[in-house]
Design a protein around this ligand. Structure first.
Ligand code: MGD
Ligand code: MGD
Ligand code: SF4
Ligand code: MO
Length: 891
C-alpha cells in the first residue's frame, strides 16, 4: 500500500468525552502546536483551551522512559517476565481472584480490550475495574435498568435541535466546552432555553435562563416531583407510554407520595417555589427537551436512582429517540464509552455481554477459553479494600492515578504500600501512584499511539500517532499482550497492531448477536489495515456501512419485551439532618484549564495561569462564621482527612457547602488533594463514589509567613505547611506559607541549592532584608539573567507574580529592574492581571483597558483583544469583568 504523505495527521483530543478532532503536524518536533480538525463532525475545527494547548504538553518533561523496578532501570524483557511470573505464581498459589487490574477510560479501545480479555478471559477473574466506576457507572446501571442495555440514545445534534436544554450536575461550559459552544451557537438562532441545576453558580449558569441552586443531593426529589407535574399538566405521551414502556403505574403512584405540593418540594430542594414552578412549566410545555447530566448526578449515594428519575420523565413524555429530545449522559473521559463497550467494568463482559450463563458461554466460545471468569469482580472501592486486606496480592494499574482520585485516598496509598506486587503503566514518572508501585512500565502517550476512542454520542474516532514514542515507551496493548504471552496465552494474543485487535472487538460485537445487543460494530470487523488507518468518525451501531446517530427512533428498546422500563427509586425521602461536627457539605470537581491530576495539563504555563493555586470556594456567611478571609488560607476537614486551600469567599457558592478542585496532589502541593477528604460512601447499585457530598468543616488559617519562590529549574517540595507549585514560562513558581512555629521561613540557598556556583563567572546574588517587617528578597543571576528568586513576608504584601516570572525569560535584568526588585516597589501596580483567555493569551488588564475605552459587550472585547474568540469558555469571565466595571462606574 502506498501512503500519501500528509502535512497533518488527524487524531482525537485525549481529554474530555466531547471527542474533538485534532490536526497535528506530521513528523513535527515535540511541543509543536496543534489545531482543530475542520473535517471532524464534533468540533468542525474548534478546540477548547486544553485542546488548543496540547502542544505544550507533549514534551519529555517528567516522562517515564524506561521500565523501572523500584529506582533501578531494567530492560523490557526482564520487566515483562517478572510481571508475568508474579501474576502466574500468585494465581497458582491463591487463585485468580488474588490478582486484579485497575484500568482507565483514558486507555484506547484496543488497549482496553486486551486488558479485559487477559483478566476475564484467561486469568479467569472478574477483577478488572476501571476509573469509569468513579465516573459513569451510575449512568451505566440506570441505562441498563431503563433500556435493557447501556445505551445513550441521542447525538450532539439534539442539543442544537432542542428548545429546552436542562444541564443538571454538569459544569458544561468548563467540562464539555465545545459541546457547550455548539449549544450556544444553536441557541443564538433558535432561542433555546437553558436551565442549569447545580448547587453552585458555575460558569455554565452565566448563559442560563434559569439557575436552580439545588441543595446538594436533592435531585432525586426534584425529578420525582417533575414526573408528577408532567403527568398532572398533561405532558404525557400516552400512545408512547402504552406502546413502548412498562411500569408507569407503580412509579407514578410512588412519586405522588413524595411530591405533595410545590411548596414542600421547593423547601426540600432548597429552591424558590416560583423558580421551581417556572422549571415545571417550561419542561411541561417544551416537546424538544434534552436533559444532560454528569457528575453532580452520577457521583452521589443515589446516583443510579437519580439517572432513572431523569429517564422516567423522558419516557413519560415520549421525548426520546426524536430530534432535539432525550436524556443525555455526558461522559467524562475520552474513552469512557469505549471502556464500557469492551467490558472494562468488573460487573460486565466484553461487547455488552452480561455475566449470565448465555453471555458467558457466548464469550467463552468466541475467545475459545475454558477459564472465563465465573462471576463479576470487585468494584473499584471494594477492590482497593481487598488490596488493603491482603486478599488481592498483585495489582496492575494502567492510565489512572488512584492514590489521588479515589475516595479516602490515604487508605488507598497505604493499601498499595502493603500490597505484595504493584505494577503501574503510565507515561509520567512522578505521579503519587508511581511512588507506591514496585514496577513502572513506560507507556506511549497521546500522539505516539494508535487506536480508537468512543465519545459521549457513541462516535468512534481514531487516535493517530504523529510522533515516535520516546525512550523505550510502548503502547499499552503491546505491554499487556506481551505479558499475556509470557503467562502462556500466546495463541489468544497474537496481535501485531491495534487494527488486529479492533477487528476482533468488532467481530465479537456481532458474534451470535442477531439483533439482541444494540452494541454492534460488526460492519467494521473486516476493515483492512488501510481502511482502519483512514477510518472516519462514525456512531455505533455500525451493522453495515453506516453509523446510527439516534437510537430508539422506532420505540423499541433492548429489554426482553422491547419496552423501556420506568424505575421507581428506592425512596427519595431524605434522612433528617442531625447535629454534626461536620456541618458543611464538601463538593469537588473540575476547573476550566486543568485535566484531573495535572500530569499533562500541569506542564503548560498557559493552562496554569487561570487558576494558579488550589482554591476552595465558600459562601460569605459560612466564611465569616469560620474566620475565613477571601484570599487567605483555609483548612477543610472531614472524618477522613484534611487539606489546606487558598480561600475564595463568594456568593456563587451555596450556603453550607464548600467546593474544592480535584486537580492538586502531593506531586504539586503540600495538602491540597481532594481525594483524602472524600468519604468512601458509594451508590449501593453502581458502586460509584459520592464524591460530591462529604460532610466537612472549614476554618481560617493564619500563616506565620508567606513567600513565593521562582526558579528556572524544577522546584522540589519545600516542606512547609502550605505550598503549591506550577509551571510558568521559563521555569517554575511555588507559593508557600508557614503554618506552625516549627516551619522556619525558607532561604534562597536552601531552596535553590547551596553552592550554586558561587565562584563561577557571571554569578551574582542580590538580597534585601527588612528585619522590621520581616521581609526578605533574594535573587540569583547568572550572566545577568535571573535564575532563582525568593520573596518572603511575615505580615506584608507580596509583589505580583506575573511581573517577576516575566523576568525569568528576560535576557538581562538591568540596573533599574534590580532596584525595583530590591525596593519591593513592584508590589504596587506592575501587573498584567490574571490570564483570562488561555487560547489567545489575553490577561484581565488588557480586557479592562478596552472596557474602559468603551467596549461594552463580549463581542466588542473579542474584536479588540481577541479574548473569547477561540473556544469561548472564558466568555463568562469577560462578561463578569464588564459587569464589575459597570457597577464600579455606577457606584
Ligand atoms: N476542564 C476539565 N474538563 C473535564 C475534566 C477535567 O478534569 N477538566 N474531566 C472530564 C471528566 S473525566 C468528567 S467525569 C467530566 C465531569 O464533568 P462535570 O460533571 O460537569 O464536572 P464536575 O466539576 O465534576 O461536577 C459538575 C457539577 O456538579 C455539581 N454538583 C455537586 N453536587 C451536586 C448535586 O447534588 N446536584 C447537582 N445537580 N449538581 C451537583 C458541582 O457543583 C459541579 O459544578 O468532565 C470532563 N471534562
Ligand atoms: N474528589 C473527587 N475525586 C474524583 C472525581 C471528583 O469529581 N471528585 N472525579 C472522578 C472521575 S469522574 C475521574 S474520571 C477520575 C480521574 O482520575 P485519574 O484517572 O486518576 O486521573 P488522571 O490524572 O487522568 O490519571 C490518568 C493517568 O494516566 C496517565 N496516562 C495518560 N495517557 C496514558 C496512556 O496512554 N497510557 C497509560 N498507561 N497511562 C496514561 C497519566 O499520566 C495519568 O497519570 O477522578 C475521580 N476522582
Ligand atoms: S472540548 Fe476540549 S478537552 Fe474536550 S475533546 Fe474538545 S478540545 Fe478536547
Ligand atoms: Mo470522569
Amino acid at each position: 500500500m502506498i501512503m500519501t504523505q500528509r502535512a497533518t495527521v488527524k487524531t482525537t483530543c485525549p481529554y474530555c468525552g466531547v471527542g474533538c478532532g485534532v490536526a497535528a503536524p506530521a513528523a513535527a518536533p515535540r511541543n509543536a502546536r496543534v489545531s482543530g480538525d475542520v473535517s471532524h463532525p464534533v468540533n468542525a475545527g474548534r478546540l477548547c483551551s486544553k485542546g488548543s494547548m496540547l502542544g505544550e504538553t507533549t514534551g519529555l518533561e517528567n516522562r517515564l522512559l524506561h521500565p523501572m523496578k523500584g529506582t533501578r532501570r531494567i530492560g523490557w524483557n526482564e520487566a515483562l517476565d517478572e510481571v508475568a511470573a508474579k501474576f502466574s505464581s500468585i494465581v497458582a498459589a491463591h487463585g485468580p481472584d488474588a490478582v486484579a487490574f485497575y484500568v482507565s477510560g483514558q486507555l484506547l479501545t484496543e488497549d482496553y480490550y486486551v486488558a479485559n480479555k487477559l483478566m476475564k478471559g484467561f486469568i479467569g477473574s472478574g477483577n478488572i475495574d476501571t476509573n469509569s466506576r468513579l465516573c459513569m457507572s451510575s449512568a451505566v446501571a440506570a441505562h441498563k435498568r431503563a433500556f435493557g442495555e447501556d445505551l445513550v440514545p441521542g447525538s450532539y445534534e439534539d442539543f442544537e435541535e432542542a428548545d429546552l436544554v436542562i444541564l443538571v450536575g454538569s459544569n458544561t461550559a468548563w467540562c464539555h466546552p465545545i459541546l457547550y459552544q455548539r449549544l450556544l451557537a444553536a441557541r443564538a438562532k433558535r432561542g433555546t432555553r437553558i436551565v442549569v441545576i447545580d448547587p453552585r453558580r458555575t460558569a455554565t449558569c452565566d448563559e442560563a435562563d434559569l439557575h436552580l441552586p439545588i441543595a446538594p443531593g436533592r435531585d432525586l426529589r426534584l425529578f420525582t416531583a417533575l414526573l408528577c407535574e408532567l403527568a398532572a399538566r398533561g405532558a404525557a405521551d400516552e400512545g408512547f407510554v402504552a406502546r413502548s414502556t412498562e411500569g408507569l403505574e407503580e412509579v407514578i403512584a410512588a412519586a405522588k407520595r413524595e411530591h405533595r405540593s410545590l411548596e414542600e418540594t421547593a423547601e426540600a430542594c432548597g429552591l424558590d417555589p416560583s423558580a421551581l414552578e417556572t422549571f415545571f412549566r417550561w419542561v411541561a410545555e417544551t416537546e424538544r427537551t434534552v436533559t444532560a447530566f454528569s457528575q453532580g448526578i452520577n457521583q452521589s449515594q443515589r446516583g443510579v436512582d437519580q439517572v432513572n428519575a431523569i429517564i422516567n420523565c423522558h419516557l413519560l413524555t415520549g421525548r426520546i429517540g426524536k430530534p432535539g429530545a432525550g436524556p443525555f449522559s455526558l461522559t467524562g473521559q475520552p474513552n469512557a464509552m469505549g471502556g464500557r463497550e469492551v467490558g472494562g467494568l468488573a460487573n460486565q463482559l466484553a461487547a455488552h455481554l452480561e455475566f449470565d450463563a448465555a453471555g458467558r458461554a457466548r464469550l467463552a466460545r468466541f475467545w475459545q477459553t475454558d477459564t472465563l471468569a465465573a462471576a463479576p469482580g470487585l468494584k473499584a472501592v471494594d477492590l482497593f479494600d481487598a488490596v488493603a486486606a491482603g486478599r488481592i496480592k498483585a495489582l496492575w494499574i494502567m492510565a489512572t492515578n488512584p492514590v489521588v482520585s479515589l475516595p479516602n485516598a490515604d487508605v488507598v496509598r497505604r493499601a498499595l504500600k502493603t500490597c505484595e506486587f504493584v505494577v503501574l503503566s503510565d507515561c509520567v514518572a512522578n505521579t503519587d501512584t508511581a511512588a507506591c508501585a514496585d514496577m513502572l512500565l513506560p507507556a506511549a502517550a497521546w500522539g505516539e499511539k494508535d487506536g480508537t476512542v468512543t465519545n459521549s454520542e457513541r462516535r468512534i474516532s481514531r487516535q493517530r500517532a504523529f510522533m515516535a514514542p520516546p525512550g523505550e515507551a510502548r503502547p499499552d496493548w503491546w505491554i499487556v499482550s506481551e505479558v499475556a504471552r509470557r503467562m502462556g496465552f500466546a495463541d489468544a494474543f497474537p496481535y501485531e497492531g491495534p487494527a488486529d485487535i479492533f477487528r476482533e472487538h468488532a467481530a465479537l460485537s456481532g458474534f451470535e448477536n442477531g439483533g439482541t445487543r444494540f452494541f454492534d460494530v460488526s460492519g467494521l470487523s473486516a476493515v483492512s489495515d488501510a481502511v482502519y488507518a483512514a477510518l472516519e468518525p462514525v456512531q455505533w451501531p455500525v451493522r453495515g456501512t453506516d453509523g446510527t446517530p439516534r437510537l430508539f427512533a422506532d420505540g423499541v428498546f433492548a429489554t426482553p419485551s422491547g419496552r423501556a422500563r420506568f424505575v421507581a427509586p428506592a425512596s427519595a425521602v431524605e434522612r433528617p439532618a442531625k447535629e454534626s461536627a461536620f456541618p458543611l457539605t464538601l463538593n469537588s470537581g473540575r476547573l476550566r484549564d486543568q485535566w484531573h491530576t495535572m500530569t499533562r495539563t500541569g506542564l503548560s504555563p498557559v493552562l496554569g495561569a487561570n487558576a494558579p493555586e488550589p482554591v476552595a470556594e465558600i459562601h460569605e456567611e459560612d466564611a465569616r462564621a469560620a474566620g475565613i478571609a477571601d484570599g487567605g488560607l483555609m483548612r477543610v476537614s472531614t472524618e477522613y482527612g484534611s487539606g489546606i486551600f487558598r480561600a475564595s469567599v463568594t456568593a456563587a457558592q451555596r450556603r453550607g457547602s464548600v467546593f474544592v478542585p480535584i486537580h492538586w496532589s502531593d506531586a504539586n502541593s503540600a495538602m491540597s488533594g481532594a481525594g483524602r477528604m472524600v468519604h468512601p460512601e458509594v451508590d449501593p447499585i453502581s458502586g460509584q463514589p459520592a464524591f460530591k457530598h462529604t460532610p466537612a468543616r472549614a476554618e481560617g488559617v493564619a500563616p506565620l509567613w508567606r513567600a513565593f519562590f521562582l526558579s528556572r529549574r524544577e522546584i522540589a517540595a519545600p516542606g512547609c505547611g502550605y505550598w503549591a507549585r506550577r509551571r510558568v514560562e521559563g521555569g517554575w513558581l511555588c507559593e508557600m506559607a508557614g503554618l506552625s512555629e516549627g516551619e522556619a521561613p525558607p532561604e534562597l540557598g536552601l531552596l535553590a541549592g547551596e553552592g550554586g556556583g558561587t565562584f563561577e563567572d557571571g554569578f551574582e546574588e542580590m538580597e534585601m532584608r527588612d528585619g522590621h517587617a520581616g521581609a526578605l528578597r533574594q535573587a540569583r543571576l547568572r550572566n545577568g539573567r535571573l535564575t532563582d528568586c525568593l520573596i518572603l513576608t511575615h505580615g506584608g504584601r507580596l509583589p505580583p507574580r506575573d511581573w517577576l516570572s516575566a523576568l525569568l525569560v528576560a535576557d538581562e535584568i538591568d540596573a533599574g529592574t534590580r532596584r525595583v526588585f530590591l525596593s519591593g516597589r513592584a508590589a504596587e501596580g506592575e501587573t498584567e492581571g490574571r490570564l483570562i483567555c488561555a487560547c489567545m493569551g489575553v490577561r484581565s488588564d488588557a480586557i479592562l483597558a478596552v472596557i474602559a475605552e468603551g467596549a461594552c459587550d463580549v463581542a466588542a472585547v473579542g474584536a479588540r483583544t481577541g479574548a473569547g474568540t477561540n473556544c469561548g469558555s472564558c466568555r463568562s469571565e469577560i462578561r463578569s469583568l464588564i459587569e464589575r466595571a459597570e457597577t464600579e462606574e455606577a457606584a
